[in-house]
Design a protein around this ligand. Sequence first.
Ligand code: CO
Length: 134
Amino acid sequence: MLTNLEHLGLAVHDLAAATALYTRLLGQAPYKTEHVASEAVDTVFFQVGGSKIELLAGTSPDSAISKFLEKKPEGIHHVAFEVDDIVAEMVRLKAEGFILLNEQPKRGADNKLVCFVHPKSAGGVLVELCQSVL
Ligand code: CO
């Protein structure tokens, strides 16, 4: 079951500049920065009530964020929903005809197991499912 809008992922070119911008916009500093080697991204997280803003910058031309920014302007990259059982949700969404970008949950940023849903099956929006793990 989807339990919360966990975060919005925003693709940015310049992580330092974007971090400064969102610090001013949200009136608070980020609570975490994290490099995710498997995705070739640097991330910065802000808490906003029960949800978060995740800034993402590619660290290599091969990263999905770098490729996204070759085609599109900076802005919303994905919408992430918290789930209580990611495997069950992956099975459910697959049965509903959604295209999953990974067959197994994978380790994402901020202590999460994640799975992405292809935008072409989700109304043009890249959807992330995430389940907290310790
Ligand atoms: Co995310």
